[in-house]
Ligand binder design. Sequence first.
Ligand SMILES: *Cc1c(COP(=O)(O)O)cnc(C)c1O
Length: 404
Amino acid sequence: MRYKLKNFSIDGFDVNKIAKKYKTPVYCYSFKKLRENILNFNKNFKHIDPLTCFSVKANSNKILLNEIGKLGLGADVVSIGELLKALKSGIKPNKIVFSGVGKTKNEISFAIKKKILLINAESKSEILEIEKIAKIKKKQVNVGIRLNPNTDAKTLSQISTGKKENKFGVSEKNFLELSKYIRNSKYMNLKCLSVHIGSQILDTRPYEKMLKVLDKMIKKINYHFEYIDLGGGMGIDYGNNNKRLNLKKYSSIVKKFKEKHKTKIIFEPGRSIIGNSGILIAKIIYIKEGHKKNFIIIDAAMNDFMRPALYNARHRIIPAVRNKRKSNKSYEFVGPICESTDKFSTLKKFQKLYENDLILICDVGAYGMSLSSNYNTRPKPLEILIKDSKIKIINKRQNLKDLI
Ligand SMILES: *Cc1c(COP(=O)(O)O)cnc(C)c1O
């Protein structure tokens, strides 16, 4: 992904040509980048030999899941829909873990039937429900308990999950009680201690704190867990300040932890696997001149890409064709939706833009399409994958007819 002279291209394909052929807005993924991310993740964590389960909620495109599966990853799912997609994409049940605070009877039942690796339970009620279903089915179910380690991930509050005020996991006290309960149950095997403290974590310190809490917990409980699931959350560089999580450093910290506890480590990365492999190509519909700034109204909106509206997340916006003219006003990039939060970025020094120009929103591979909706009765965008010098449609543009 780079500029070739003036035009931006993705793995050899000029985005102008892509937009002309496939129309906009369009999500465009690079297989090369996806593969590179997975190989890089594997390389950094090689000496830990973890089971890496891709967090399906980051991107649940079946063809991408299939590619991710072929590159050796399992899946972390949070609903029966994601579980079905993972299975349909060819990911083996023994590489699938199921997280989430509100798994229904139907979801638990299906997960047991499919013999997935682990159900990571998040409450006493859920554990009782799992036991009840297992008893009816006369099965022994492998479960983990998700601990809330009360650790601040130092990330956006909306994507922090490991503090005691968050709904996720169980407290240390409840963990002790529940692990005892499971160990005494005929229908459940206590296999795993799981945690996930949040997303877009840029520093290893929150992870170090989390591992300390786990250390203490394991000592207290005096039980050997076959698996310790450390969740995901590895932060990527969104281009604002060149920061990202140092995977190598994190890996060496986890290695010590693993050696001490002699356990299999599970990771559940989402964003770090797919985030920077996707770009959203959009076209400028109108430029509306304002007093101090111009509104650049593009044909992608918060229904297509919600992170800026939902989390106030900042994504790089770049032009599809570079020019040398500078705008003297700042630009606010907005979508057509009737909400003031339907905006992507306000940028001061941008090149001069014109109506019908294409712009690119970067690093939208994770929590992009998976968070899209039909708000304002807008059809969801097309998704394409560039692989081996070919463009493949991996999800058709929704049709207005389907919506109406
Ligand atoms: C969202 C989520 C992940 C993935 O988080 P990333 O920041 O995308 O790596 C992993 N595990 C659980 C339980 C999650 O909810």
